[in-house]
Design a protein. Structure first.
Length: 337
């Protein structure tokens, strides 16, 4: 049997501390040494944050030309699988409140990554999507946590002082920010600011609202309908215009309008969240986009208003017989010229 070099975290951070039973783990296999080195470096740095909404690794292992990162197993799966599995469950005020609290927690976790630690180090995640947000279950209930730091990058310089773009090519195109469009595969192009992540989180939160008001199929259909525009082959939230500019995807504008017109949304915390996503998160120019701190602060206000007015959440769970076209499976003629 070949030996494996195991690097374990500080015992103080041991996930199994105080438990008599062994914990279940998930093992990520990496076949690129540089990729493994980067991910391990990022993960080791974020250990100090000790944030409930950030996934911490347990250990890393090297064996021949394969590299492993060991994580606690997310028994609840990903956010995407959560939406699918809980699709038919009633959107009770308690569930809606939990969803908003988790969104605030995710924004806080992103703020922790962005704001810097250990001097002037800060992290941009670079690939936020529902599949990279995991659901952990314990005695305190379910918690959403940001995972997969595989393409995350540590920086010590402000974005505008870095001479070259960051080598980040393996992102999920649907949730990428518009500035990714000017990036070249060779690693050159405009440097990506940490604001890149708030666009992605804005996309995820919009889908969260769609799921709350409608269902998982509506989220899937919305994704497919974004891809029907000839300028948007990757189902992104932005599109290229004929004049060479970039704009918000037409389907996204239709989705936001449909949500704001929904009577179940008006006067509820979801209305405030959608307005924030539209005006501050899904903004083409990075300089005009909200920071993770601003996103977190806005969600804290929304959660506080929810606690003061629980009654407004009750109508969110009401089901409607019809569904806006943008959240349904549309025929091919919807394709825009």
């Amino acid at each position: 049997m070949k030996s494996c070099r195991l690097i374990v975290n500080d015992p103080a951070d041991d996930y199994n501390q105080g438990q008599s039973e062994p914990i279940k783990v998930a093992v990520k296999v990496i076949d690129d040494a540089n990729e493994f080195k980067n991910e391990r470096m990022v993960l080791e740095k974020i250990q100090s944050l000790n944030h409930r909404h950030l996934v911490k690794h347990i250990a890393t292992c090297e064996r021949d030309s394969e590299y492993y990162v060991i994580f606690p197993l997310a028994t609840g799966g990903s956010l995407w699988s959560y939406w699918k599995e809980k699709n038919k469950e009633t959107r009770t005020p308690e569930r809606v409140a939990w969803c908003l609290q988790q969104m605030a927690g995710l924004a806080d976790a992103l703020y922790a990554l962005h704001s810097g630690f250990e001097g002037n180090l800060h992290v941009r995640h670079g690939d936020l999507k529902p599949g990279n947000i995991l659901v952990f279950e314990d005695n305190e209930g379910k918690t959403l946590a940001i995972a997969d730091m595989g393409i995350s990058r540590l920086h010590t310089q402000p974005t505008d002082q870095r001479p070259h773009g960051t080598m980040t090519t393996a992102t999920t195109r649907a949730y990428e920010a518009p500035e990714a469009a000017g990036y070249n595969e060779g690693g050159t192009g405009p440097a990506r600011h940490r604001i890149y992540d708030t666009w992605s989180l804005g996309c995820i939160f919009l889908e969260f609202v769609i799921w709350l008001l409608f269902n998982f199929e509506s989220v899937e259909n919305f994704s497919q309908n974004r891809g029907r525009h000839r300028h948007n082959p990757h189902c992104s939230y932005y599109q290229f215009m004929d004049n060479g500019t970039t704009d918000i995807e037409d389907a996204v504008n239709k989705a936001i309008a449909a949500l704001l017109e929904d009577s179940r949304c008006k006067g509820t915390p979801l209305e405030a969240l959608i307005h924030f996503i539209k005006q501050k998160a899904l903004v083409i120019e990075p300089v005009d986009r909200c920071t993770a701190k601003e996103m977190f602060e806005e969600l804290v206000k929304i959660v506080q208003n929810t606690e003061e007015d629980v009654k407004s959440l009750s109508k969110i769970g009401e089901r409607r017989s019809d569904c806006p076209a943008i959240f349904t499976h549309l025929p091919q003629q919807f394709h825009q010229p």
